[in-house]
Write a protein of this length. Structure first.
Length: 180
């Protein structure tokens, strides 16, 4: 997708990294003939793609000017969706075929089921960025849970919020992302 470079936006790097993780996890489960174990990463990936990447990239997709950031966002999403279609094709053949028909270009195989299954590329994985996003997602989830528990609206601004963790790496990430 990005021939000789990596995307500049951390969300794009994260998406490409978890896409490689999806390939690895599903391939490992399929190689072990464990179909039920192959489904969990697919479901998790759909959730991550929809509820994290796309929601946080909306402004990038919809901004009027075409710049590198917008192009990288579209390229990352396109690559993720095509890869997902190939990985999930053995499990959800009809949905992935419809996705493929909407995403394919003339040089692509006519069917997702004729496309080569993706091969895991460890060099694209960025476990540090995966850890950072996972930490932020846990913090957001705890915040939402507390808001629900105390009947506070999601869009209602809070004066302050404090997270406590014993994990020094999580603390470092949360402090780093504090202003984001």
């Amino acid at each position: 997708v990005f021939e000789n470079s990596t995307p500049t936006n951390p969300l794009d790097r994260w998406l490409l990294s978890i896409t490689q993780k999806l390939i690895k996890d599903v391939t490992d489960a399929m190689d072990a003939y464990d179909l039920s174990k192959a489904i969990d990463p697919i479901v998790s990936y759909i959730d991550q793609l929809n509820n994290w990447y796309i929601r946080r990239s909306r402004r990038r997709f919809w901004k009027s000017e075409s710049d590198t950031d917008k192009t990288e966002a579209y390229q990352s999403l396109y690559h993720a969706l095509k890869t997902f279609a190939k990985v999930a094709a053995p499990v959800i053949p009809f949905i992935t075929e419809t996705m493929w028909q909407n995403l394919r270009i003339n040089s692509d195989p006519i069917s997702v089921h004729l496309a080569d299954y993706p091969v895991y590329n460890e060099s694209v994985r960025d476990e540090e960025i995966e850890f950072k996003m996972d930490t932020v997602q846990k913090a957001v989830s705890m915040g939402r849970s507390l808001r629900y528990q105390y009947n506070l609206k999601i869009r209602q601004p809070l004066k302050t919020v404090e997270f406590v963790t014993r994990n020094a790496d999580e603390k470092r990430v949360l402090l780093e992302m504090e202003e984001s």
